[in-house]
Write a protein that binds this ligand. Sequence first.
Ligand code: HEM
Length: 424
Amino acid sequence: MLLLHLHPKAVPEEALVFRRTFGLGGIAVVLFLLLAVSGALLLFGYEPSPERAYGSVREIVDQTPFGAFIRNAHHWAANGLLLVALLHLLRVLFSGAYDPPRRANWIVGLALLLLVMASNFTGYLLPWDQLAYWAVTIATGMLEYVPLVGGSLLRAARGGAEVGSKTLALFFVLHVAILPIALFVLTSFHFWLVRKAGGVILPREAGASRRTMVPTSPHLVAREGPVALVTVATVLVVAALVEAPLLAQANPGMSPNPAKAPWYFMGFQELLLHLHPAFAVLVVPLLLAGLLVALPYLRHGEAPSGAYFQSPAGGRSALSATVLALVAVPAWVLVEESARRTPPWLPFLPQAVRAGLIPVLLICTVHAGVYLLARRLFGASRLEALQAVVTFVVVALVVLTVTGSLFRGQGMALTWPWALAGSR
Ligand code: HEM
């Protein structure tokens, strides 16, 4: 019944086609519910103090019936939710569903993404093992590079100078109370805005007035049900087969080598190896966030077609941007890696200019080039050229994340993933 209240009585028949949304928003909701249930069960055993956190997780895993299974389900559903939210963002992005009348919902969606990331990150620390402790130390440590206010930001994020009992208490309250409540409230608002915009975006050609409407029940519900069941089944099967990581108890005196941030911050940790720190942790993330927030406000003079990539020209532009990023970003990483062993170029310039301003200006030039190439070479519209630029950014970030996560070994030197696995 509750499900039906979330939906209108009837929906356009075209909205039922799976590839319209790939069910991603719905899958995110199911994962959120799974997280709430498994998280509530974990709370029966978990104790949020540095002395007891690790031991209590060990007891859940080793001594509690189904404890390991519930912890695994929570862990994989949490990572799945972040991945699904990112894919949902891409679906919305490439169908152009961020423009009015969905502009406000795009912004709400971005806030939801931040909340999901924050939930993941605060949960990361709770087991208080080496992985948790050092990943949070590295990720919060990046804040120190923010000019002027870095130190204060770092202390605010950790609840003190070091990751310790205050950090654990802060992360625990955020993770089990504040963030879930905020997620619940904002998700409800998100659904309301979907309805207010008249449902999901549909291809224009069919003409809104000629759309055939069908009753939500059974048509839409009969499609959502199986997607929800497959989602739950997938999480449970993965939870039964793959253990969530749990290393030795946190040891603030012994950092693992390499010490890495969680995978969703790895792209920025990788950037730290190439750019001046203030640019890697402040300027580039701000430019990225600015681009995502500004997207629905950029005037391109046309309504989105509702089709993926708008038209074949849009598709070709996005594909070319993908290929370009797949070639250019690894090449940049390799050139930078060999340059680390040679004296710096333009040594008379301050490091912020040499390794910050100049590379960031070059990166912006490449993006302008992608825009112009899409317009001139493929005859893309302004909207399509803009989407090609965002595609380049997304693929570049994925390449940096994969490089940092899989191809960085001891001392963050480039290495093959199998060598990394062997050294663990
Ligand atoms: C917890 C995370 C999220 C949940 C549970 C969620 C849920 C949903 C659902 C159920 C829909 C209806 C259609 C569909 O399934 O695609 C939807 C649509 C939408 N979402 Fe999300 N979403 C989340 C995150 C995001 C993010 C990160 C963005 C982008 C920044 C976003 C932007 C939108 C927009 C603009 C629509 C309308 C799309 C259209 O009309 O075609 N959402 N969301």
